[in-house]
Design a protein around this ligand. Sequence first.
Ligand SMILES: Cc1cc2nc3c(=O)[nH]c(=O)nc-3n(C[C@H](O)[C@H](O)[C@H](O)COP(=O)(O)OP(=O)(O)OC[C@H]3O[C@@H](n4cnc5c(N)ncnc54)[C@H](O)[C@@H]3O)c2cc1C
Length: 465
Amino acid sequence: MPMDSLEASAVDVLVIGGGNAGLCAAITARRAGARVLLLESATKHLRGGNSRHTRDIRYMHRGATEYVTGSYPEAEFWEDLRQVTGGDTNERLALQVIRSSEDLASWMQTQGVRWQKPLRGTLHLARTNLFMLGGGKAMVNAYYETALALGVKVAYQCEVRELDIRDGRFVAARGGAAEEFRARALVVAAGGFEANISWLKEYWGEAAENFVIRGTPYNQGRMLKELLRCGAKPTGNPRGCHAVALDARAPKFDGGIVTRLDSVPFGIVVNNKVERFYDEGEDFWPKRYAIWGGLIARQPDQIAYSILDAKALPCFMPSVFPPVEAGSIPELAAALALDPEKLTAVVERYNRAVRPGTFNPAVLDDCRTEGLEPPKSHWARPIDTPPFYGYPLRPGITFTYLGVAVDERARVIFQDERPAQNVFAAGEVMAGNILTQGYLAGFGLTIGAVFGRIAGQEAARCAAS
Ligand SMILES: Cc1cc2nc3c(=O)[nH]c(=O)nc-3n(C[C@H](O)[C@H](O)[C@H](O)COP(=O)(O)OP(=O)(O)OC[C@H]3O[C@@H](n4cnc5c(N)ncnc54)[C@H](O)[C@@H]3O)c2cc1C
């Protein structure tokens, strides 16, 4: 472990995981006076977990600022969350996150995070979300700089393998080579199990082999598994996850944001049997993009194809890979290894079903199909203007929704319903308390920042008592 002079006895709060949640916890605990050690699996170069791939954070606010275009009140935030989760959320904790998000803009700025002015784009988040200047990498770097300046000790390449928790009390964490870490309180912020294909297979079967992991390969779920082994109460949905339509040419891990495709609402999507399988224009993309990975995961061979024409191309941010281009639909089908006759028939049937309307990506417009199954409810325009384009799509797993139950003080809850004495959790590892299905763009960071701060505060208080 490349960390020398920290005696185990000098640690009050041990934080496992150096992404958004762990860093918010470490900074808060340190500011509250605790001596903090943060352990991170990755090298310094690859630190920051999934958080380093992020761009924006959703937060409650009462009016427009230099960085957001209007207000986003508690009631609207809650209604948005209720809708995407179908009401399957811990209302108490969800409302706590929403209310506590109000001061995140200023708190994060105090830790060195900088904001950028609203951009135009396909995700329409300029009112509800703050965008980090320099993205997640800049945010993570700012947090590390602040944490180190405050005196937080950080150990990279230090994967924790085992937790010793007895009667709800943390005793020690063990890494490789007989390393043992003791502290008066523990914060687990080590992400979900999205990079663990074998674990994903338990719920998705062999289909999981075809999943692409958008973020860090280090989120293997080892700490989640350890907490569960030690008796923590599971919560959330083991099969639930944030999963998007990803360019099938993306690398297996860590492709980040540039491999995501936002083309879906502007064309049609077919599987390799050349069948449409879901309403591409059901709702605004920020409320739907996170279900498309799951939809593709349920298709044969876990592959799908986004089919577009020249009109659609300027409507969305392209992926880092160029689209497959052809002068006609049969040629496009051939280039994508799809049946040309079938694709021609599907496109013609779709074109005939499109009703005239006024196309407007900024609203739920009246461009829809009639008599088509599944329907396309908005942004439906005929696919008739060459050149035609196609993108192969794979399920891109962002993060998983199985977690450990926590209470409003971020204390891990055990199966006998008792809270842990000195074990706290924040971020993806407990997001399943709030997210079981669906997603609101920018909400992963909100959960991690809010619960990271609570966990840091509570762990410091616990260590001092
Ligand atoms: C491509 C991409 C884009 C995204 N964009 C956004 C966005 O714009 N806005 C948003 O809100 N959310 C976004 N998300 C989701 C967001 O990244 C997560 O919700 C959030 O960052 C999770 O933070 P975390 O601290 O819980 O986990 P992470 O940031 O993943 O941190 C977990 C850390 O724990 C470490 N770790 C894991 N196991 C161990 C172990 N055993 N021992 C030691 N360390 C360990 C990992 O190396 C990692 O650094 C995005 C995710 C991806 C992949």
